[in-house]
Design a protein around this ligand. Structure first.
Ligand code: ADP
Length: 493
């Protein structure tokens, strides 16, 4: 019986694989960290072979830990760090350079140049994205212009580009499949999200030969098979989605107005807007939420660079705590009206400010400010930043009032209660918090016909704990005003 799904979750710092039952129950995991390369100020690279080998070993570990054999596997799903850019040689499968990671800022000047030439608006209209080095297009161009011989090989059709999903698919299928899904495509800045195709004008603008590009498919689709030597037999590859979109699926946010927010190192907030691609006037991104059976659903997305990373800073930078889990007890001991604000703009501010030059600051310090107030301010900064995103969504005409959360920080009940209070919203934590890998597994189950539809997925979603707002509106507004004052003082523009 084929009762299991192998879900690959290829992340920024580690590769993971989880074996799920066909009903979405996590059975066993394999995980491996890999090396980050920082060859220059603002540059971040991964060795693409590290990505592949660590993924493959994680798959083998997960299968072994689950105690199953590969002929019990229904199919493989892939979810991945988005935007990270890889170009490889079609004949050998060898990458022409290290992968340029989404965090990499080397193409800032080039993006600035495009902005001053007036291209931002048309790019936003076509792709839903803001002109920023974050996305793949400027990274592809950089590789073609900087790696000797790359451009002429690309023009001769000898090279292939892919985001991480596409590269893994190529490796898994031994070069037979060069495809991606609509969610990953929507993060390249070359994909017209309304027409669901690569955009010729953008390809010309970024000077990228179309022959480099993968075929774009639905999230649940036939992506070929893994080569038989990898797992002892061929396994069908049936689902792909970028990590945040996979989390949206894993959280079963299929109705317009449903939202999920993931709290790991950073925070990613995504709101389903249904079949309508809503262009943001408040510097949020419009992106493909998922495409199933040819039908595209869209989302508004806001990302915060520093969420759990603020807690890491309290631990590793200030040595105020020795473990992130200590923060909950400290926050409970703190006077709720302590008046201290931490703006963790360590690497600038993300959505909705997009201010790369801003830097962090602490405000409201008094003689009796101590460790617990600083720690509490760190936790609250994550809630206030989410409030900024909620406000931006409201200004775009959307009001998420029920938010499903996941990620490492959501173990902290105090944070989730504070989040409910500051947002004035209901916060729901599901019983399965491995939502990213789960989302990719659900895509496989859909494609294999084990689950019938998104409703079947929605029926499997289970609440672990609900947090309701308890703070009065007056108090909520007063405290948020303090945050806004603090943010206005760190902004560079
Ligand atoms: P990522 O996938 O980005 O590596 P995770 O989802 O594993 O992140 O979450 C890890 C983050 O969550 C870390 O930044 C850590 O500081 C934070 N974290 C973990 N446990 C807690 C906790 N109990 N309270 C607050 N933050 C926590």
């Amino acid at each position: 019986m084929k009762n299991y799904i192998l879900s690959i979750d290829q992340g920024t710092t580690s590769s993971r694989a989880i074996v799920f039952s066909s009903q979405g129950e996590a059975i066993a995991t394999g995980q491996e960290e890999f090396t980050q390369h920082y060859p220059n100020n603002g540059w971040v690279e991964h060795n693409a072979d590290d990505i592949w080998q660590s993924t493959l070993r994680s798959c083998h570990a997960a299968i072994k830990n689950a105690g199953i054999s590969s002929d019990e596997i229904l199919g493989i799903g892939i979810t991945n760090q988005r935007e990270t850019t890889i170009i490889w040689d079609r004949a050998t499968g060898e990458p022409i350079a290290n992968a340029i990671v989404w965090q990499d800022r080397r193409t800032s000047d080039y993006c600035q140049q495009l902005r001053s030439q007036g291209h931002e608006q048309s790019i936003q209209e076509k792709t839903g994205l803001l002109l920023d080095p974050y996305f793949s297009a400027s990274k592809i161009r950089w590789l073609l212009d900087s790696i000797p011989g790359a451009r002429s090989k690309a023009e001769a059709g000898e090279l292939a580009f892919g985001t991480v999903d596409s590269f893994l698919l190529w490796k898994l299928s031994n070069g037979k499949e060069h495809s991606t899904d609509a969610t990953n495509a929507s993060r390249t800045m070359l994909f017209n999200i309304h027409e669901q195709c690569w955009d010729e004008e953008l390809l010309t603008l970024f000077d990228i030969p179309p022959s480099l590009l993968p075929k774009v498919k639905d999230c649940a689709a036939d992506y070929g098979h893994s080569a038989s030597e990898l797992f002892g037999q061929e396994l069908p590859i049936l689902g792909i989605a970028g990590d945040q979109q996979a989390a949206l699926i894993g959280q079963a946010c299929f109705e317009p107005g449903m939202a999920k927010s993931t709290y790991g190192t950073g925070c990613f907030f995504m709101l389903n807007t249904g079949e309508q691609a809503l262009n943001s006037n408040n510097r949020l991104l419009t992106t493909v939420a998922y495409r199933l059976q040819g039908k595209t659903h869209y989302a508004l997305e806001g990302s915060i660079f520093i969420a759990g990373a603020a807690i890491q800073w309290l631990r590793d930078g200030l040595h105020l705590i020795s473990d992130a889990a200590e923060t909950e007890a400290l926050a409970k001991q703190t006077d709720s009206d302590h008046g201290v604000y931490l703006v963790p703009a360590f690497t600038g501010l993300g959505a909705p400010y997009w201010d790369p030059e801003a830097r962090g600051a602490l405000f409201g310090l008094t003689r009796d400010t101590g460790i617990k107030e600083l720690v509490t301010a760190g936790l609250e900064s994550v809630c206030y930043q989410t409030k900024d995103l909620q406000k931006a969504m409201e200004a775009d005409g959307q009001r998420p009032v029920n938010i499903r959360v996941d990620g490492g920080m959501t173990k902290n009940n105090w944070v989730l209660q504070k989040l409910a209070d500051i947002l004035g919203a209901t916060i729901d934590r599901p019983s399965c918090v491995e939502t990213t890998a789960l989302g990719a597994a659900y895509l496989v189950a859909l494609q294999a016909g084990v689950l019938e539809s998104s409703e079947s997925i929605a029926n499997l979603w289970q609440l672990d704990k609900r947090f309701e707002a308890q703070l009065s509106k007056h108090e909520r507004d007063r405290r948020y005003q303090g945050w806004q004052d603090a943010v206005s003082r760190v902004r560079s523009q």
